[in-house]
Each structure stands twice: as C-alpha cells, then as structure tokens.
Design a protein around this ligand. Structure first.
Ligand SMILES: [Zn+2]
Length: 413
C-alpha cells in the first residue's frame, strides 16, 4: 500500500514539474523585471510634467500657481515636492516660415517668451521645479515642412507661439520621420547634429547642461540615446519600454524592452515612470495615491507622469488640477509619513549608484518586495496560482524573507 502511494506522489510530482517549469518559462520576463529593478527602502515620490517651455504665455501664471501649491508641502526632511518639468525649447517662427518656406524657430529665451522663462527660473530658485530636456521642438521640423496636410502647413505658419498639442499625434514625435506612415528612421548624422544643437540651446537657456531627457511621445531609438550620451545627458525617462517608430496607423510601435530603473543603455541610465497624475483625464489625486501605495508595497519609487495641458487650456480645469495637486501632496505625506520627494536627477543618481542609503541590497530583504511585484504581474501571477507555485512561493517568502533594517540616520538628508 505504501509503495502504491509513493507511486501516486511520484506521478503527481512528475506531472506538476513540467507545468511549473512551463509557468516559470512563460513568466520569465515578469520574473526578470521583478528581480532586476532596485528595491527602495522608503516611499519616494517623483512628479514629472511634460511639454512646458516654448508655447502659450498662459504658462507663466500657472507655473507660479503650481510653485505656490508645491511650496505649501514639505517631507520629514523639509524638502518641498519637486515638479520635474520636461521643457520644449522652441516653437516655429510662423511668419518667417510663411515668407520663404524655410523652417525657423523662436526659442525659449526670445523676448516674447520672457514671462514663461522667468516663471521657470523662479520655481527653480524656490526649489520646487527641476528642468529636464524634452526636445528642441516637440516634432521633427523637416517632417512638418514636408507635410502635404494643409492644417499642418497652417499650424506651422501661424504667429508664435503655437501649441504643439494641436498637431496630429504622430507628428508630435521628434525622433522618427513620420511624414509617411509607417515612419522611417532618421539618418544618424541628422540625429547627432540635432542633439548637439538642442543640448547647446539647453545650456544657453538654462545655464547648465541637460542631465535628464524625456523623449517626446516616447518614440526614440538607440541611435538617439548614443547622441544624447555623447552630449552629456545622463538619464533617460521611459515608460518601461522603447517605442522605435510610428506604425501604419500612426501609433507608437517597434517596442524594445522591458526596461527597469537602473538599466544601462549606451552610457545612459534608464528611469521608469510608474503611473499617471492627469486630473484632466480622470487620473486625479485619489488615483495617483493608489498608484503610490502600490509602488510602495513593491519597493518602487513612484514616478508620476503629468502634462501641462492639465493646466493651460481651460481656467476651470486649471483650478481643479491645482486642487488635485495640493490633495496629492497632502495625501501622500499623510498616508506615508516617511515619504521623500525627489527630483528626477536625484532619483537617477540614487539608482545609478545603487546608493545603499536608499536601496535595499540583501536578497532576503528584497524578497517580500519582489514577491509583491509578482503578485501584481497579471497573467504570470495567474499561472503561478494555477500551478501551485504561488502557494509554494508564499511559504518560502514567509520563511526566508525579512523586512529591511531601518536606513542609517544619514539617509534622512
Ligand atoms: Zn510631450
């Protein structure tokens, strides 16, 4: 009798092992991502807002209102929340283009845009803004000049400053030739020349080199990364993958990844946005706070994506967005009293250096956070539950996992 039970157990094990191995194989990407990304010791919030800079003069007033809102809050070390503003450095000089059809630009340090630049500088001196590069333009100028679309031609020739949000979505990508779809890659020498030019413009306007870049519409290539690295950029902000083109329908495609915080690419360190804070699209403070809670449980820094269009096209929406920003900062500190606000460049340096004051190193301390990441992985987690790997893993995490030691006192700075 004992022998036959033994055979049953052995048979069950033999049947289970290929199923478990299959589940692990299917889940290998999720497993790799969960294990590779650094685990943060404490709740960390990074606010990122894109498309600011050259454009509507209404930005000056609203940037001051955003700065006032952020300045009302401080984390336990006295730091204000920082809005990391991805800047567009130029808009088309419409009348000049209309005169002879040749592309020319109005840059952010032109007298016309002085109110915007002054508000950006003021927020930086109050330590509530940190500038990062979005692009010289939020498009590839030769693509717009070559466009046969009469509305694009009219957009290009209007008196400055034009709003790039009004362009068709596929034409808002900078690092692909989307004059025809699917898009084609840009020649390497044109990429290098354009990156050198935008880095020089950034240095002239901001008085420092660009350290962080946020690729417009998240369409870019390794070739562009090499040019950014050569121009002194250190960090590239990503959505967790790299879209390399626009497909026949005009959508981002040709995805490469997954990318996790700290991945290196051609001399750049990659950072990953976690979720959204876009009150104009229903992703309000309550939504962002849930994203923060999930990120904290997984040991991820919470990097929230936002855009200026929440603030500049409609006065009522701007008021609501400011109230939501205030609620987000207050709620984050209330729910996580040990929360820290960081700029993106500070986050980048912590991740690149694997700073032990911020990052958990021993594998047993990392285990509970990696386990949470797997629990939130969707299909891989379903497969692990079906095959019993989830139950087995829970026992192992319970036996081997540890809560990280409190960080050294110096980490409070
Ligand atoms: Zn953008």
């Amino acid at each position: 009798m004992t022998g036959s039970w033994g055979l049953v157990v052995a048979g069950a094990l033999l049947a289970w092992m290929p199923a478990a191995a299959g589940a692990l194989f299917v889940s290998r990407v999720a497993l790799g991502r969960a294990c590779r990304a650094p685990v943060f010791r404490r709740p960390t919030l990074v606010l990122e807002s894109d498309d600011w800079g050259a454009g509507s003069l209404a930005q000056g007033q609203v940037l001051r209102a955003i700065a006032d809102t952020l300045a009302r809050h401080r984390d336990a070390t006295g730091r204000h929340p920082v809005m990391n503003l991805a800047l567009v450095l130029a808009v088309p000089d419409g009348p000049a283009i209309a005169a002879d059809g040749v592309y020319r630009r109005v840059e952010l340090d032109a007298p016309m845009l002085a109110p915007v630049l002054a508000a950006l500088r003021e927020g930086a001196s109050r330590q509530v803004f940190s500038a990062q590069l979005h692009g010289h333009e939020h498009f590839w100028p030769p693509t717009l000049i070559a466009s046969a679309d009469s509305s694009v031609a009219a957009w290009l020739r209007q008196p400055p400053p034009a709003d790039t949000e009004r362009l068709p979505a596929h034409l808002q990508s900078r690092w692909a030739d989307a004059s025809r779809l699917p898009s084609v890659p840009l020649p390497a020498e044109q990429i290098r020349a354009a990156v050198d030019e935008e880095a020089a413009a950034y240095r002239r306007i901001l008085g420092e080199p660009p350290r962080v870049v946020v690729p417009p519409t998240f369409v870019w290539t390794r070739e562009v990364e090499r040019a950014w690295a050569a121009a002194g950029v250190e960090f590239v902000v990503t959505p967790g993958l790299r879209s390399t083109c626009r497909n026949a329908r005009g959508l981002p495609d040709g995805d490469e990844g997954p990318i996790v915080n700290g991945d290196r690419a051609d001399g750049l360190t990659c950072l990953v946005r976690t979720d959204y804070f876009e009150p104009a699209r229903g992703r309000d403070a309550a939504y962002a706070l849930r994203a923060l809670g999930k990120a904290v449980s997984e040991g991820h820094p919470c990097v929230l994506e936002n855009h200026r269009d929440n603030f500049i096209f409609d006065a009522d929406q701007a008021h609501r967005s400011l109230a939501e920003l205030d609620a987000l900062c207050a709620g984050a500190l209330r729910q996580h009293p040990d929360l820290r606000f960081l700029s993106t460049v500070e986050l980048g340096r912590i991740v690149r250096n694997r700073d032990p004051q911020w990052i958990v190193r021993p594998w047993r301390d990392r285990l509970p956070f990696v386990w949470q990441r797997l629990r939130h992985s969707g299909r891989p987690w379903k497969l692990m539950r079906l095959t019993g790997l989830a139950a087995l893993g829970a026992v192992l995490v319970g036996l081997l996992g540890r809560r990280p030691e409190p960080p050294p006192a110096a980490a409070a700075s």
